[in-house]
Design a protein around this ligand. Structure first.
Ligand code: ZN
Length: 424
């Protein structure tokens, strides 16, 4: 059975998180409401048993953790990502067309399905950096309006439109935002959101986002459709489970990283030292020496949670012959012979054991042997923090579309599995 209350919370979270910066701010709010204490990487940390803490890096990645009452055996970690493929505004983005239109110069962030961004209401959100009280300060912006649209070419101007089109991101995908006379208004709109004047904005990370909201789909409400389900579903479930469970013998951690869609190699990505830095600092505070740190890692586990491809109703031939997960079929354990997914026999068994204890279904995913497939956080994290790890996700369709489809029951399954993991 699907839990409508939980789904509503998920929908509110995704609808209110048009960019990675907003997703992290919303997760932070969830943590603050539950009494988690913010730790700044620049400060000396105070960590107590049964304490609840979080660390934010760049406003786009977060690591939250809960200390157990007794001496911890290791870390129980869930990892997910905060970013989704979208369009990023370039510097000086305004382009005037024929003295008539105003459009924006944008570039691709990640590998999205370009055509899904056409002909739908869009807006602009992200963060700006301003100088305030002699210091640089980051402020979130999200003007709540249908500010942009990327219009298709009429079929009369391209009769081959339905035979497959190669879209050029520099030509076909620039959003129309108004009339030429509105040129000054774009920056004014962003500045107003940040409560500054346009001249005070010194830097910005602004993105286009789909204005559609999450919703139930199907004559039986069996599915959900919404933007950014990959990977905000997993980020939401991980953090919700963390705040709701008391740890057993382990330090519970939920880490949500930015920049997965562009390779994770940033200061706040999964390929940075962020997670390792936090683990080392926790251990230092516990008085654990180098050998102790390695002993703790040897008794730790990471569930890397990033959505997975479900069997497509119109393209069964794209699925593997024996490993084809379906929507509402439960948690997907991902396997890859060349280890692009971190799952192995041990970590798969560990995950299945958790699912059985939680009473939730699980299924398996592998690429067809003649399809390359994608990668995820798991094996990237291993280079910094080498612990037993499983790659899982929720089954979904149309991954990296502006509007993705998933199962309405699966979120609950994931939440229950995470809660069981965190209680261990
Ligand atoms: Zn993902």
């Amino acid at each position: 059975m699907k839990n409508l209350k939980q789904l509503k919370s998920l929908f509110n979270f995704i609808d209110g998180s048009p960019t990675c910066f907003h997703a992290i701010a919303n997760l932070e709010k969830m943590l603050e409401d539950e009494g988690f204490v913010r730790l700044d990487e620049k400060d000396i940390w105070e960590i107590e048993s049964e304490g609840k803490y979080y660390v934010n890096r760049n406003g786009s990645s977060i690591i939250a953790f809960v200390m157990p009452a007794q001496k911890p055996a290791g870390f129980h970690m869930v990892a997910a990502h905060s970013d989704s493929p979208c369009f990023k505004l370039k510097e000086s983005p305004e382009i005037v067309v024929d003295d008539a239109y105003l459009k924006l110069n944008v570039e691709k962030y990640g590998g999205m399905i370009l055509s899904t961004w056409l002909d739908r209401p869009l807006s602009i959100a992200g963060r700006v950096v301003v100088k305030s009280n002699n210091a640089l300060e980051s402020r979130l912006v999200n003007p709540d309006r249908d500010a942009a649209i990327i219009p298709n070419l009429a079929i009369h101007m391209n009769r081959d439109m339905n035979k497959g089109i190669e879209y050029n991101p520099q030509v076909d995908m620039l959003p129309l935002i108004g009339e030429a006379a509105s040129k000054k208004e774009f920056l004014e709109l962003i500045a107003k959101e940040a409560a500054v004047s346009p001249e005070e904005i010194l830097g910005s990370d602004l993105f286009l986002y789909n204005r559609d909201k999450c919703r139930l789909i199907g004559i039986d409400d069996a599915f959900i459709a919404g933007p950014r389900l990959d990977d905000l579903e997993c980020a939401f479930a991980g953090m919700t489970a963390l705040v709701n469970e008391k740890p057993g013998n382990y330090i519970n951690i939920c880490a949500v990283f930015d920049n997965e869609e562009v390779g994770s190699r940033t200061r706040q990505g999964a390929d940075s030292t962020f997670l390792k830095d936090v683990l080392v600092r926790i251990c230092t505070k516990l008085g654990v020496d180098e050998e102790g740190y390695r002993r703790i890692l040897a008794d730790s586990f990471i569930i890397s949670a990033d959505n997975a491809h479900a069997l497509h109703p119109n393209h069964q031939e794209k699925a593997d012959v024996t490993n084809k997960p379906v929507l509402n079929g439960g948690i997907v354990i991902k396997y890859h012979g060349s280890q692009r997914y971190a799952t192995d026999a041990y970590s798969a068994a560990y995950m299945k054991d958790i699912c059985k204890m939680a009473g939730v279904p699980y299924q398996s995913y592998a690429n067809r042997s003649d399809i390359a497939g994608g990668s995820t956080l798991g094996n990237i994290l291993t280079s910094q923090v080498s612990v037993d790890m499983v790659d899982i996700g929720l089954p979904q369709l149309a991954m990296h579309s502006a509007m993705e489809t998933a199962g309405a029951k699966d979120v609950d399954y994931l939440l229950d599995a995470f809660r069981t993991f965190y209680m261990r």
